[in-house]
Each structure stands twice: as C-alpha cells, then as structure tokens.
Design a protein. Sequence first.
Length: 265
Amino acid sequence: MGYKCIEEVTEILDLLYKHGWDERNGGNLSYILTEEEVESVCDTDKVKRTFTYNFDMSSIVGKYFVITGTGKYFKNCLKDPETNLGILKVIDNHTLGLLWGYKDGGAPTSEAPTHLKCHIERLKVDPKHRLVCHCHPTNVICMTHIHDLDSNHWTEDLWKMQTESIVVFPEGIAVLPWILCGGEEIGIATAEKMKEYRSVVWAQHGLFCTGKTLDEVFGLIETIEKAAEIYMKICDKPRLQSITNEQLLTLAKAFKIDFRHGIID
Ligand code: 13P
Ligand code: ZN
C-alpha cells in the first residue's frame, strides 16, 4: 500500500467504476511502468509465477506492466490493489513473469493478449505510449445497437455531437463488429486498428482506449462516451441544426488540428 504508481492506477479504476463504465469485472487495464516505479513497489527480478502467450512479444521484452486481474472488480482495486492487480515483466518472447500482486493466486485479465498486442502496435507509432484501458461505457454500447458499424460514419457522427470531439480524437474512432472476446481474432483485429487509432469500439461490448498518460486516456474515454450520450439523447428527435463540415474545418484550422481526412473534407 502507499505506492504512488499503483495509487494513480487504482484512482482511475475507481473513477471508471464510479462512472458506471465497469460493472462487476467488466473492463481491464494495462499500464507500462518504469523500472524506478517497479523498484518502489517490489524486486524487479524475483519472478513468483509465469504466464505464457502464443504470440511474439519480442519488441516489448524487458518492459514492466501493471495489469488488472481476470475476474477482478474495478470497484475493489482501490482498497485492495495487491489482490486485484499484478506487476509483470515481459521476460521473453512468450512469457510474463509476475513480480507483485494477484495475491489470491489470480492471473492477468483474459484480454491480456489484446492489451499486449495493442501496446506493441501503439509503441511503434508513439514511443511515449503507456496505457491500454478497456471499459464498458453505456452509451457507446447503446450506439453499437442502432448505428451502422462503419468507422468513418462513427467518427463523423461523434465529431458532430459536440465541438470538443475532433479536438480530443482527431484521428477518429475505429469500430469492430461483434467478435468473441478474450480470443485471438479480436486481439489481432483490435491491434490492427491501433496502427491508426487510439480508440477502438467493440460492438455490443465496449471500448479500448490507449495513450501516453492515465489522464489522457481517461479524458479520451470521457469525451467519446459523452459524444455517444449526446447521440443517444437526440438520435430519435428532429434536428433543427448541427455542426456542419465547414464549421469543423474552421475549428480544425483555428486549432491547427491534424484530423483524419476523407470524412468531413
Ligand atoms: P476480465 O475479467 O478477464 O478482465 O474480463 C472482463 C472483460 O471485460 C472481458 O472483455
Ligand atoms: Zn469487456
């Protein structure tokens, strides 16, 4: 207890829970820690248990992660991090070594392969990338029931729900159809989208968001869910006016936003 890096993570997990975006064990998080951060919590080389994965992790060997445990409730992470979270090191191409946590014999989230594949892709485009967060935000899930699943259509509609959307996610948002969660196919598909996007929607399931910091990713989730909430509140009402393509282009120019082309231009 009292470890700053763990406290920062559990505070975000608690906030996500309090927003209603992570019911029961819904959602999971993985965050790259520095060696100094790990040293402040535990030994960096005393491996207690190992977990093996059948894909190539060579590009992240030596990295440290804090990863939520499978079946664990976000609700409980703040009061008992050592049971609900684990600190792991990628010890070779296929193996994670547990250094701390999962005190009750637990294991990394069932979505760990997807998280790790996303980290591998995001680190290629952004060396400062650190965080992958999966959650179940209500309005995003609602939208996947009534909106088509085209990524450009979602991007355009979410950008037009509120002025801040294009500022916060200028690269847009990717959408995947329903695919079996926890499996290989969804991990590969999500990581493929992460080559171009920080945010990927899983139809009838939830959202994966990535970024450099806990604040950045929490802000991304909040902004996407807020846009989806506005969409759900107005989608069956007559619209008298909305944000136009021209207005978004004016905004992009004024704020020097490098937005995804081919949607509003
Ligand atoms: P875990 O409990 O294994 O993290 O799974 C929760 C979840 O949201 C699956 O997508
Ligand atoms: Zn989920």
